[in-house]
Design a protein around this ligand. Structure first.
Ligand code: 3PG
Length: 420
């Protein structure tokens, strides 16, 4: 045991500062055309749902919960469209019997007084209805991103105990993720535990292990290094594949690649010629649009005026042959431009195919999860991480500041009482 957990720390009747990651995709709908009133809605509530086991457990222990999250990237400024009100509405739908109270700030005497007043009111009327407070967007304060100790202390001042259930933001050294653990007992929530337990399976010594890597972003060198240490084979798709093909002197037409990684790609291919498996065909187009005319070409026959946007059928078949005997499969990054149906086939087929296999199947990365959910294939996986950047860092073998803060707190502090 290297951190406090919900099961090994006494929590009855405590006031909890619960850091969650409700950084969800939003969509704006025009509610009333005449008055052109815009409503902001949650496009995907899976991160909110993932926090419910911890919330329900704390409610069962009679805790007062103060929920805190960031939403989007307001960079220390107040942006009305990024207020946490739609999150409160969504949580209210998921927990209809609980009173969700949205607060208009994150810190301060007035806020503290508001929480105390609501708490004492519910105690004096002996109401059985439970109440959760949701703070305003933490990133409206620039101090959050600066890991400011004074700001963290003000957050901690609201509660008796800090719980981090926000694995997905634990790669950030932010006040509500890191500094706050200096002021309160700090505990890992159920989602945090689940993420770490499951993603750690990526480092199990079972074979054959296959890592599947794709995505549009090319800054994955540390992840590739980790994969080279762990996997028997690394299958590469998405934009990542073009850097490797280009490094071999193959024409990739207008396809995206990372010029700064070409030398490294060349070196990796020389050192691991049998481990790195590249696509052998692609779906290409002469234009980047949703209804583009497409064709399938061999990997070395992409023309100058073509852009490759998905892996082809032969590659899908090839990749499947590597998956069949695998005992552990780790997936990060979609294999094509899955947002458009014409280029979604590779990602969709692989996501569905994995459902037929008995291996441990882990998937992480914001886009990977979005693609898998889009194709309704989430049940095909042992674990689908809620983390984008966080799961990338974790799978790269790096320590996450949010996890380090919990471990330090467990190691260094005796928490008989709150230290102010
Ligand atoms: C995420 O959505 O990946 C997390 O909320 C982290 O968000 P960030 O990249 O803006 O820190």
């Amino acid at each position: 045991m290297r951190w406090f957990t919900l099961n090994n720390f006494p929590l009855e009747n405590k006031t909890i500062f619960l850091r969650v990651d409700y950084n969800v995709p939003l969509e704006t709908t025009v509610e009333s055309r005449r008055r052109s009133k815009n409503t902001i809605k949650i496009a995907d509530n899976s991160k909110i749902k993932a926090s419910l086991p911890t919330i329900n457990y704390l409610l069962s222990k009679n805790c007062t919960i103060i929920l805190a999250t960031h939403l989007g990237e307001p960079k220390g400024k107040f942006i009305p469209e990024l207020k946490t009100d739609p999150l409160a509405n969504e949580l209210q739908k998921l927990l209809p019997k609980v009173n969700i109270k949205k607060l208009n700030d994150c810190i301060g005497k007035e806020l503290k007084a508001e929480i105390s007043k609501a708490k004492s009111l519910s105690h004096s009327t002996k109401t059985t209805q439970k109440q959760i407070f949701l703070l305003e967007n933490l990133r409206f304060y620039k101090e959050e991103g600066e890991n400011d100790f004074t700001f963290a202390h003000s957050l901690a001042d609201l509660a008796d105990v800090y719980i981090n259930d926000a694995f997905a933001v634990s790669h950030r050294t932010h006040a509500s993720v890191s500094a706050i653990a200096n002021f309160l007992p700090a505990i890992a929530g159920f989602l945090m535990e689940k993420e770490v337990t499951n993603l750690s399976k990526a480092f199990s010594n079972v074979h054959p292990t296959v890592w599947l890597m794709g995505g549009a972003k090319l800054d994955k060198i540390e992840l590739i290094n980790q994969a080279l240490k762990r996997a028997n084979h690394i299958l590469i798709g998405g934009a990542l594949a073009f850097t490797f093909l280009k490094a071999q002197g193959i024409n990739i037409g207008m396809s995206k690649f990372d010029s700064s990684s070409l030398e490294l790609a060349k070196k990796l291919l020389n050192e691991h010629p049998n481990k790195i498996i590249l696509p052998v065909d692609f779906v290409v187009s002469e234009e980047f649009k949703v209804k583009a005319k497409t064709s399938i070409v061999k990997h070395n026959q992409i023309k100058n005026n073509q852009i490759a946007l998905d892996i082809g059928p032969e590659t899908i078949h090839n990749f499947q042959q590597y998956f069949i005997p695998a005992k552990l499969i780790v997936w990060n990054g979609p294999l094509g431009y899955f947002e458009w149906a014409k280029f979604a086939h590779g990602t969709k087929e692989i996501a569905r195919f994995l459902g037929k296999l008995n291996a441990i199947k882990l998937a992480g990365g914001g886009e990977t999860a979005a693609a898998i959910q889009k194709f309704g294939a989430e049940h095909n996986f042992t674990h689908l991480s809620t983390g984008g950047g966080a799961s990338l860092q974790f799978l790269s073998g790096k320590k996450l500041p949010g996890i380090e803060a919990l471990e330090e707190n467990y190691k260094n502090k005796k928490w008989g009482m709150k230290t102010n």
